[in-house]
Design a protein around this ligand. Structure first.
Ligand code: FAS
Ligand code: PHB
Length: 393
């Protein structure tokens, strides 16, 4: 079976679905080709915090109604450091903006709902997706569905297929440059049907990092730093709660309502970027091009800023025959990616225990926390980075 479309979108996660929705609103036809089932995609539990510009983007494109009803606006997030005073990343004070606690799972549900309402074409359970003739003016995608080989002829391909996708691998090794940093730990996350503490708080403790977050007034999300080889079987609920409560100062640990986990998973941490984010008529967006450690709450938000830049580029090309934003997409997107990689790496270094760390480095990172406590310029800089740097014009 052969079809034709203006933009073929590989990957139906937040980046692919949001791009599809925005292009559709501009009258640019597109097809999303997703490897997993809809139920599998909607079952993923990942990000929890939206930057101010991500919130505005969802509102601008008619995706803000449930977020504004169920999401929790936040003036910032706390940092608790063992035996030191607490710190609050006060984005409201320093930038006048708020962030929003609203889970990626809900966002993906909202995206699916509007794409299906608007008759969007999403092919789920597409196997062996391949991208062909990327360097030509007429690329095409092939995939298999229900035992049938299918082809989509397209003008452009958007690689929104995440870290394990096919798009990045379709770029020639000759041009692809990779930058990577692996971390000697992972994040063990749980979901629990209990009221969250008032603010989202990151904690540094000699036993390891911890994070108290939320999804709603009755759904909390918690994380602890764990060893890279750990599995969820190593972490029964009792051990998790004992470790989490030990890593927060007493006045915060007392606020945490424990209970049986309804979800438990471990995510490895890495910093990873590939350049370029464009190869011929293939444009990468989101986790297909980079990964940030979740410490800075940047991964999902970066996917949204990529979609802002890429959708603008494709609309300008198709509606005004203007290729300026296509030609500048990769550099523009990467500027914001590297800023987020920078913040995420610094917060990961600041808040985690690095086994065997050089004692000098340990003191330097403790001093970085002291500077936050005492230096307004450091507080303002962190607040501006954490709320999300403005999109480039
Ligand atoms: P996604 O990975 O979400 O979506 C890619 C889609 O492409 C998937 O649906 C996949 O099935 C599909 N796909 C893959 N290969 C394909 C192929 N060959 N053909 C077709 N489709 C294919 N970010 C935060 O900000 N905070 C967090 O706490 C946080 N926690 C995370 C926990 C985990 C375990 C992971 C993996 C990521 C986490 N992230 C977090 C980052 C995450 O939220 C991403 O930034 C976000 O999902 C990026 O969205 P996409 O780029 O759409 O990629
Ligand atoms: C979450 O709520 O899942 C969350 C919040 C902040 C982060 C990472 C994850 O930095």
């Amino acid at each position: 079976m052969q079809t034709k479309t203006q933009v073929a979108i590989i990957g139906g996660g937040p980046a692919g679905l949001l791009l599809s929705h925005i292009l559709d609103r501009s009258g640019i036809d597109n097809i999303v080709v997703e490897r997993q089932s809809k139920a599998y995609v909607l079952g993923r539990i990942r990000a929890g915090v939206l930057e101010a510009d991500s919130v505005q983007m969802l509102r601008d494109f008619g995706l803000g109604e449930r977020m504004d009803r169920e999401g929790k606006p936040k003036n910032g997030s706390g940092i608790a450091w063992q035996d030191k005073p607490d710190f609050f990343i006060d984005v409201k004070k320093w930038t006048g903006k708020q962030m929003m606690a609203y889970g990626q799972t809900a966002i993906t549900e909202d995206l699916y709902q509007v794409r299906e309402r608007d008759g969007g074409e999403i092919v789920n359970e597409a196997k062996n997706v391949s991208i062909h003739d990327i360097l030509s003016d007429a690329p095409h995608i092939t995939y298999e569905k229900d035992g049938e080989k299918r082809r989509i002829d397209c003008g452009f391909a958007a690689g929104c297929d995440g870290f394990h996708g096919v798009s990045r691998q379709s770029i020639s090794d000759i041009v692809l440059k990779t930058y990577e940093r692996a971390y000697p730990f992972g994040w063990l996350g749980i979901m629990v049907e209990k009221p969250p503490i008032v603010n989202l708080v990151y904690a540094y403790h000699e036993r390891g990092f911890a994070l108290a977050s939320l999804r709603s007034e009755v759904l909390s999300r918690y994380y602890v730093q764990c060893a890279p080889g750990d599995t969820v079987d190593d972490w029964p609920d009792d051990r998790f709660w004992e470790e989490l409560l030990a890593r927060f100062p007493k006045h915060l640990a007392e606020q945490i309502v424990t209970g049986p986990s309804i979800e438990k998973s471990i995510a490895p941490l890495r910093s990873f970027v590939v350049e370029p984010m464009r190869y011929g008529r293939l444009f990468l967006a989101g986790d297909a091009a980079y990964i940030v450690p979740p410490t800075g709450a940047k991964g999902l938000n970066l996917a949204f800023s990529d979609v802002h830049y890429l959708s603008r580029a494709l609309v300008e090309h198709h509606k005004k025959a203007n290729n300026h934003y296509l030609d500048t997409y990769a550099d523009t997107a990467l500027r914001r990616v590297w800023s987020a990689e920078n913040l995420s790496w610094r917060l990961t270094r600041l808040l985690h225990v690095f086994p065997g760390e050089d004692p000098f480095d340990e003191r330097i990172w403790q001093n970085n926390y002291d500077l936050l406590l005492h230096l307004e310029s450091a507080q303002e800089t962190l607040a501006r980075e954490y709320v999300g740097l403005p999109f480039d014009d």
